[in-house]
Design a protein around this ligand. Sequence first.
Ligand SMILES: NC(=O)c1ccc[n+]([C@@H]2O[C@H](COP(=O)([O-])OP(=O)(O)OC[C@H]3O[C@@H](n4cnc5c(N)ncnc54)[C@H](OP(=O)(O)O)[C@@H]3O)[C@@H](O)[C@H]2O)c1
Length: 377
Amino acid sequence: MNTAGDTQAHDKRFLDAALRLARKHQGLTGTNPSVACLLVKDLGHGPVVVGSAVTALGGRPHAEPPALDEAGVHAKNATAYVTLEPCAHHGKTPPCAQTLIDAGISRIVTAIADPDERVNGKGHQMMADAGIEICQIDGGAAARRVMAGYLAARSEKRPFVTLKLAITPDGIIGSRNRGNMKISCTASNRQTHLSRARHDAILVGSGTAIADDPNLTCRLPGMETRSPLRVVLDLKARLTREHQLISQAIQFPTLIAGSADAPAEWQAMLRMSGVQFLACETQDGQVALPELLDDLYARGIQSVMVEGGAAVAKSFLDEDLVDEIIVHVGGDPEYPETDICAVKSPLSMQNLPANFELCQTLQFGVDQSLRLQRKKN
Ligand SMILES: NC(=O)c1ccc[n+]([C@@H]2O[C@H](COP(=O)([O-])OP(=O)(O)OC[C@H]3O[C@@H](n4cnc5c(N)ncnc54)[C@H](OP(=O)(O)O)[C@@H]3O)[C@@H](O)[C@H]2O)c1
């Protein structure tokens, strides 16, 4: 017989497994969150997964119907582990809460309620009214990370913004006369590529686009198709067709956030190269960032990773538009100790923004990686 302690341990184990599965389609489900559903039942030798699914690419179908299909007759009296409260609103298909009720599940464990006003507690209520045991357990922090873009979009109507920088222990991010410098190690760089795959867009300033000529893609083996939209702030029309962000735009989408007054022939060159052009509002001669985030949100972008450089990172921080910071501190940077052309990072180990709190420290090869989250008011 199962004790309450056993049930608690099983719940944590299966919800954690569901959260890991949800990560699989992070950044690939459009305006829907990547949600996972596991159906678990004791078939005589302890609880086993009888059905599992994650939100499909593009956002439909949701995870619950395919997980129920896989479970077949075993869905009856199973426990459903779903990373987000099942939807309660009718579209062309019935709400997932109703589909779970019709399949005869007896219990549901979820990590967080859905802030979407069409759901927000209604999914749980529908199932409770049908006699299903509802259990919300403390998987909240991990679930919020997986669904950060969706949650920010629903609550703040703008994309979730991650600022990612690689710095030397002295807080240097580059050198004006040396182009792209090696600050972080291979293991850190791979993590950056993984982070890119989990965001809807990557954003840099024209300073970085010109100095480093980066391609800002995800180049992890097997994940080459996971590169998000590349966004460059370029009000002075400085990028040319020779820069990788332009020359590869057919293969890897690029959007230039530029000026409505940009020369017509330059805009034509962008169009011919397959680059999207967004005429931006400006403030003090720079791209107005809140309005830019609004425009990206309107295009379905729910998460943006800002990858520098110094000026752009500072603007996002100064305007309080950053939700999460990831800093890789190079353990063995190829960087001279004295460099009069050093580009200083707007943050350093000694000077972390006061309105952020450290929530994770990891070691990637010789580098240390810090994750900071904006403090809750
Ligand atoms: N270690 C790292 O993690 C890392 C990452 C990236 C870059 N870097 C380094 O950083 C250096 C480049 O940094 P940077 O400061 O020179 O250039 P940047 O921040 O990449 O780009 C700055 C440019 O972006 C444009 N911009 C438009 N709107 C803006 C706004 N609201 N706020 C700020 N900029 C805006 C402006 O050019 P327009 O007027 O032309 O629009 C501005 O000159 C390079 O040395 C590069 O290697 C390091």
